[in-house]
Design a protein around this ligand. Structure first.
Ligand code: NCD
Ligand code: ZN
Length: 345
């Protein structure tokens, strides 16, 4: 039996939702992760410092006493965001990032940004404070092919933001393409990217070939196999500009298994076992710790976590299938092969 002990991981992109669903999924994330950057795309979204303080309180209340977990809060950038409020939220350590959703790009993104020339004041505040702008990097124009949305966003709006704000720290979230990997490497002094576990195993055939698999559908949508391989190489490269953000995004089963199923894959329970197997197969288990518990906190200017988790190799086992309470049933990501590592908790 092989064992690996690593620093307790951080998840730099997590959807915790609200209400009963928050109570169901927050303890699951807190089992394996010490901290998570919590996405603000609630309905209505987390727009102001007051919203973030209230949401943080609801998250902490959703966790049983024995679980120690720090939610790192974000604000949802709109065309009308008040730069002064963002500045106060940073000064008072309420938020660690601001999230840019191009309007309409993904789940609950309709309040997102429509006019990039209008967000200059907020971006100047972020630059001055060294606080990252997290970007959902997809062009939402319905005329843009869904498989090209990331590339179109990078060469268009992202490049313009970068040119106008050379000192701004930018995290390109949940990257899915060779072009994104190359862009981040080329701009690495102030740019980083999160990579999810599911984008390391899925290509677009896993969504569409042999039947539609709604539980493999998320945004950005998984791309061709060659892109998946590039992402895998980036994740195990030991380059500090790539780190884990799971984008674990729970939705009710009924909303996924539908004639218009929504985007988002719930990965929190399987991310760490899955990553251990993937890094082992790549001969890079020694680089897992930096990917999940080093490079992200470094980019965000946070101390690394002090606790550890122990992963051990087991016989092959099936992922948990689903989690549920009286109201919600959420299907857990199935990578399509048995898992072989377990986290000791
Ligand atoms: C996320 C969600 O459901 O909130 N969905 C997804 O497919 N990733 C939103 C997002 O991060 O795009
Ligand atoms: Zn997300």
């Amino acid at each position: 039996m092989r064992e690996v002990v690593i620093r307790k991981p951080d998840d730099f992109h997590l959807h915790l939702r609200d209400g009963d669903l928050l109570k169901l999924v927050a303890p699951v994330a807190a089992k394996h992760f010490a901290r998570a950057l919590v996405m603000p795309n609630l309905d209505p979204p987390v727009v102001t410092m007051a919203d973030a303080l209230n949401y943080r309180e609801r998250i902490l209340q959703s966790l049983p006493g024995m679980l120690s977990f720090t939610p790192l809060m974000t604000l949802y950038l709109t065309d009308n965001t008040d730069a002064g409020d963002v500045e106060r939220a940073i000064e008072e350590n309420v938020i660690r990032a601001v999230k840019l959703y191009p309007a309409g790009a993904t789940t609950n993104a309709r309040h997102g940004v429509t006019d990039y020339t209008g967000i200059g004041d907020v971006l100047r505040v972020l630059s001055g404070a060294g606080t990252p702008l997290c970007v959902h990097g997809e062009d939402p124009d319905p005329r843009t092919d869904i498989f090209d949305r990331e590339g179109v966003f990078i060469t268009g709006p992202l490049q313009r933001i970068r040119d106008a704000h050379p000192d701004l720290k930018i995290v390109l979230e949940h990257i899915t393409t060779r072009e994104a990997v190359a862009y981040v490497r080329a701009h690495r002094t102030r740019t980083a990217a999160t990579i999810t576990a599911h984008h390391l195993v899925l290509n677009r055939n896993d969504i569409l070939a042999g039947g539609i698999r709604p539980h493999n559908y998320c945004l950005p949508v998984a791309k061709r196999e060659e892109h998946r391989q590039t992402l895998m190489a980036a994740a195990v490269s030991g380059d500090a500009c790539f780190f884990l953000g799971t984008d674990s995004a729970p939705h009710d089963r009924i909303r996924k298994e539908s004639s218009c199923g929504c985007a988002g894959i719930f990965t929190s329970p399987v991310t760490m076992p899955l990553l251990a197997g993937l890094f082992e197969d790549a001969g890079a288990l020694d680089r897992l710790e930096a990917f999940v518990a080093g490079f992200g906190s470094e980019f965000y200017g946070l101390e690394p976590n002090s606790g550890t988790i122990r992963l051990h190799k087991t016989g092959p086992y099936q992922p948990p299938g689903l989690i549920r309470d009286q109201v919600h049933t959420v299907v857990v990501f199935d990578p399509g092969h048995p898992l072989t590592w377990q986290v000791e908790t």
